[in-house]
Design a protein around this ligand. Sequence first.
Ligand code: GRF
Length: 202
Amino acid sequence: MDARIAVLASGTGTNLQALLDDPHVGHSIVLVVSDKPGAAALERARMRGVKPVVLQPGHYASREGFDQALTALLEEEAIEFVLLAGYMRIVGIATVRAFRDRILNVHPSLLPAFPGAHPVRDVLTWGVRVTGATVHLVDEEVDHGPIVLQEPVLVLPEDDERSLHLRIQEVEHRLFPQAARLLAEGRLKVEGRLVHILEGLD
Ligand code: GRF
């Protein structure tokens, strides 16, 4: 697999690490972009010799200006696929349109249940017994695009937000590289909301 992949991350970057460590996906990651100058994800990129770039929304006059700068950066770097690994901003319409069906997001719930910024907390507050991880294509709406892979995680009586999130992230670290590989190998066929996974390709 010989793709050019960018990862966008705002935080710790454990999903970025899982992607970098994946034997099929890792070597295709050529750019890591963060909106937060102190994000640990940037250091993970540096450690692997992957180009780290900080793009701070506060440096742009408008949301659209930031969005254009991000899209231009991705295009300058000849990026083909974009992976949102704990990227805590809404990707703007310009970027979504420029990379239609080529952006993946990982979300710590079984979408469409519990979208939004703190799904693990919301799951515990609601009292559901089963949650999970979702990898989906990104469209114009938040946590909404067609689902690629999903896996359940049981909520245990003794769980707090941290313990449950850690178990969900273990699943994410397996699911996200798998979905990224399928995307980069051209094995996802999107029909409306449905994503078909094409088997048998090398
Ligand atoms: C992940 O749980 C992801 O689902 C959510 O943010 C978290 C990021 O964790 N969008 P990390 O930065 O990859 O460790």
